[in-house]
Every structure is written in C-alpha cells, then in structure tokens.
Design a protein around this ligand. Structure first.
Ligand code: CA
Length: 289
C-alpha cells in the first residue's frame, strides 16, 4: 500500500484549476516532471553543468514528508528539498536521502512533515552534464494520519492513558502539543502506545514526537519500537535512530522493512514514582520503505 502522489498531473497545462503545476529553471518541458511517466521521453533536463531547481505548486497547503525523484542517466549529485513558507523557501527539517548519493532511477528524500503549498528541489549538477529528471512525486507517506482515506482502520491503545489525554492524539498528523497521549502517573516502569491495523502494511521508519511539558511528562529514558508478528510484539531490527537519545519532538527510527498489522512504542519512564515523570507522544508516523 502506498499513499497518493500529490504532485501527479498527467493532463498538463490544460488541467482544471487546482491541479499541481510544475516549474523549473533551465531548459526542458516542465510538465514532463509530473506526467506520471518515467520513460526517457517523459523527462526534463537542466542546462548542462548548471545547478538547477524544480518546483511543484500543489495549489493548496498539504502535509508532506516525502519526495521521490526519478533521475535519468545524469542524476544530480545532491538534492536539497525546500518548502514555501508563504514568503520564503526554507529547507525541510531532518531530510534523509535514499540512496545517500543520488543515483539513476528512484531517489527518495524523506523529511519532517511540513504543511506547505509549494515544494522546491535544489539540484546540484554533477560535472558538465545536464541534470535529467523524469518525474517528481510528492507524498504524505504517513499512513496513520490519512488512514481512513486509504481504507485502513487504525486502532490505538496504550498501557495507561492519563484522563484528559487521548490515544487518538498521536494519529492526527499534527506535531502540535495538543492533543496528545501521556501515561502520566501510571506508576509503571514502562508504558506502551500501540496501533493495530486491520491489515499488514510495510514500514521501515517510524517517527515519534515526544511530548515534553518539562514536568511530569518528558521524553523517556529509553524506548523500543516493536511490531506485531501475528502472535506477539517483537522488536524491529533497528538500522538507525535520530537522535541517539530520546528527545523532545522529532525522533526517527529506521529499521529493516517489516510487514505488520501493528506497531508499538515501548518506553521506559524517567521517574515512575507517584507524581513522577512519564512518557507522552504528540504524533506517531509510519513512513514507507
Ligand atoms: Ca515524467
């Protein structure tokens, strides 16, 4: 299962108002960037040897966190993703490119979810070659915030939920502090927050936003990401984690892709005594492989 490409526009300039509109520096047919084709004749080329940019106007603000670029035989040496704030282009946060150095074919850049109407890719030329791009796709790769739109049923649960908080808070696609889930005063050494799905989905990264009120709810001492293997919870095979230590706000966990109908955060509370320090989450995102 994949989330929708928000940049797709196979109709081109003749499409009705409101459909994505590409733009770019240099030469080439900008509509080829979003026409759904990755054939050589469905591509765009920059001026030879010149750094370039390509952009897509999504025509309304969307929550996005992934750009897929299909490079031709002469890919850029670097891809930098920027979002339009309404007055400026700002680099997206926590961008991760896969592969790390852009290559011919599929290049994926994932980043901290940003709500924006326009995205721009700054492309560094590799030597004297033109940068060749055959397609650009933009996604909100987080299945959990758009589950109903995908016909997916997500059921959250937790070891304990402080009255007034909600297990639905981490699923609204927003990093805002409220709503959130916390286990405040559970008196448990460890607390967990889980989502069960009505069918398996593949995942290779979860993003957790830990809530921090600088008092009774703070990032956990440590945590593990687990998946439902059909009979029980098993830890994922982590390949990387940023930041290393649990921090307020953004925390990304990368792992060997797994297809599972459930994912769980198992957190060790900082100070699990009466009126102590417990864990909270403002957002949980499942991002694609
Ligand atoms: Ca194309």
């Amino acid at each position: 299962m994949s989330t929708a490409n928000l940049a797709g526009n196979a109709v081109g300039a003749g499409a009705p108002f409101g459909t994505p509109v590409p733009s770019a520096s240099g030469q080439g047919d900008v509509w080829a960037l979003v026409d759904g084709s990755v054939r050589p004749d469905g591509g765009w080329r920059s001026e030879p040897g010149a750094d370039a940019w390509v952009a897509v106007d999504l025509m309304r603000p969307r929550a996005v966190n992934a750009v897929t670029l299909y490079a031709g035989a002469t890919p850029p040496s670097r891809i930098r993703v920027q979002a339009w704030t309404g007055s400026d282009w700002l680099d997206v946060a926590n961008a991760t490119a896969s592969p790390a150095t852009p290559a011919q074919g599929r290049d994926l850049v994932t980043f901290d979810t940003v709500r924006t109407r326009r995205l721009r890719l700054l492309l560094t030329a590799d030597g004297d070659a033109p940068v060749e791009i055959r397609e650009v796709e933009v996604r909100n790769g987080n299945l959990l915030s758009d589950a109903s739109g995908l016909g997916l049923t997500v059921t959250p649960s937790a070891s304990y939920t402080y009255p007034g908080d909600t297990v639905l808070g981490p699923l609204d696609g927003s990093y805002a502090d409220v709503p959130h889930w916390t286990s405040w005063d559970s008196k448990n050494a460890q607390d967990w927050y889980a989502v069960r799905l009505d069918r398996p989905v593949t995942a290779s990264r979860l993003v957790l936003h830990f809530y921090d009120d600088h008092g009774g709810v703070q990032p956990p001492r440590d945590y593990t990401v687990e998946y439902w293997d059909g009979t029980g919870w098993r830890p994922v095979q982590e390949t990387g984690r940023r930041p290393e230590r649990p921090a307020a706000g953004f925390n990304a966990v990368d792992f060997t892709p797994v297809s599972a109908a459930g994912f769980r955060l198992l957190a060790t509370n900082q100070n699990p005594v009466d009126f102590g320090v417990y864990v909270g989450v403002t957002d949980l995102e499942r991002l694609g492989p």
